[in-house]
Design a protein around this ligand. Structure first.
Ligand code: ZN
Length: 460
């Protein structure tokens, strides 16, 4: 009923346009098929940034521009993994981003899924060894154990090499960076599930397995860039809403779901809002395409550092990383209970299923904003339990798996929510102070991986 939805007219125009347009899938096709993986430091990554900026300009946004920054670059070299004892055999493998160039011989040891309990059980036994860890997380733990947490515990345990096994059959090796914005201290490789199972069986049946690992990756400084554009609000307040997603993918993949399906939602929301809401917009909405997320959230950390004077003005940062896949398009708030009624009411107004819940993790571009105490959330299904990446971070994260209707649904939710956050008379969340942030970091079950990262940084 119209009296219950003050934005009914704009909603109808935005939703109607999004559902009768191919624009969002066309943009995804350009990002994936013309620019490939858009891996940081490649010409395709720079071209993708240019395309996003030009598209923002075409949609009528103000001041679309690139902001460059230096970062610790990494380029893939050939990696080999050879069994020396008890048989001689080469196993196909890839090195993981920030792998150093090394030649290491050592004995294999399995840490299973590489949970804190697995590492605790093995204690000093992993020292000097080559560690084999599955990418899976045991369901009983109640949280996802990220690759970096497994790698970091491997380094803390003084092992020589880390080998990561895909949890799913038929997807090849799964990639993902070993460290954030710095060369990793020890090599890390990835093998497919089938070869990982083979190595584990060999250990079980024959006892000692001796391996030789050779990596030739190049770690040297490079430059990357974020893309930023505004849709200015009409009142004189300097407050803004920020919506973003990274556009860089992994070099072995098109990164169609993660991240590009989310990047095109940001672009489509920008188009709809610019076309139908600009005259009624109270506060500015800023749209950002971040780069170098896959190798350490570098773009979003750099943004927060270089826009420090504006952080107080951000009402909400909405992260859309990989948000255009299947599943419900709700709001996952990062420990902002006071915001739940606001988003529930928005869902009622919009007459859509908009599940709202709380869950924080440290593995996407919201996290640098979260660390600054800024109210943050991401699009997703808050009731979905911890799960693996599926084909994500493998060469099979391709365009053919993305459905237009999911992109359209996500674009509508993004545009309609951004409008409501920007126009609310007051927004029921205030920036947290440092102590408030630290309290969550110290206590949150899902931030265990971040605490391990901090521990490793202190040791170096
Ligand atoms: Zn992502």
């Amino acid at each position: 009923m119209s009296d219950k939805n003050p934005y009914l007219d704009i909603d109808r125009k935005m939703v109607g346009d999004i559902y009768t347009s191919n624009e969002v899938m066309d943009n995804l096709t350009v990002l994936c098929d013309d620019f490939g993986s858009r891996f940081p430091g490649t010409p395709e990554e720079r071209k993708a940034a240019g395309f996003i900026a030009e598209t923002f300009d075409r949609y009528g946004l103000t001041n679309p521009h690139l902001e460059s920054y230096p970062y610790a670059g990494w380029r893939r070299g050939e990696a080999t993994l050879e069994i020396l004892e008890p048989i001689q055999k080469k196993i196909p493998c890839i090195s993981l981003p920030y792998c150093p160039a090394q030649e290491v011989r050592g004995e294999l040891i399995s840490v299973g899924c590489g949970t804190p309990a697995d590492f605790e059980r093995l204690g000093n036994e992993i020292g000097g060894k080559i560690v084999l860890a599955s990418s899976a997380s045991p369901s009983g733990l109640g949280r996802w154990v990220h690759r970096q947490e497994k790698y970091e515990r491997t380094v803390i345990g003084k092992a020589k090499v880390f080998i990561f096994i895909s949890e799913l059959p038929g997807v090849g090796p799964e990639t993902g960076s070993l460290q954030d914005d710095r060369p990793a201290p020890i090599p890390g490789l990835s093998v497919c599930k089938e070869d990982g199972e083979f190595l584990a069986r060999l250990m079980e049946r024959k006892g000692k397995v001796e391996l030789m690992v050779r990596t030739q990756d190049i770690n040297e400084p490079l430059t990357s860039q974020n893309v930023i554009a505004d849709l200015p609000g009409n009142d004189n307040s300097e407050e803004m809403v920020v919506m973003g997603c990274h556009f860089d993918g992994h070099d072995i993949s098109q990164g169609a779901h993660d991240p590009a399906s989310g990047m095109v939602l940001v672009m489509e929301a920008a188009r709809a809002l610019s076309t139908y809401a600009r005259d009624n917009l109270k506060r500015t909405i800023r749209f950002i395409g971040f780069s170098t997320e896959e190798i350490g959230l570098i773009g979003s950390y750099r943004y927060v550092e270089s826009h420090r004077d504006e952080l107080d003005k951000i009402r909400f940062y909405f992260n859309l990383d990989a948000a255009g896949g299947p599943g419900r398009k709700g709001v996952i708030l990062h420990n902002w209970h006071e915001l739940e009624p606001f988003f529930r009411r928005a869902g009622e107004e919009m007459a859509v299923e908009l599940p709202v819940g709380q869950h924080v993790n440290s593995y996407s571009d919201h996290f640098p904003f979260f660390l600054e105490g800024i109210p943050t959330g991401n699009m997703g299904d808050p009731e979905k339990g911890p799960s693996g990446r599926g084909f994500g971070h493998t060469r099979y994260d391709t365009l053919d798996k993305i459905e237009t209707v999911n992109l359209q649904r996500g674009s509508c939710v993004a545009a309609q929510l951004a409008l409501r956050i920007a126009n609310a008379v007051s927004f029921p969340a205030m920036r947290r102070d440092e102590m408030g942030v630290q309290k969550i970091i110290n206590s949150e079950h899902n931030l265990e991986g971040y605490r391990v990262k901090c521990e490793l940084m202190k040791k170096r």
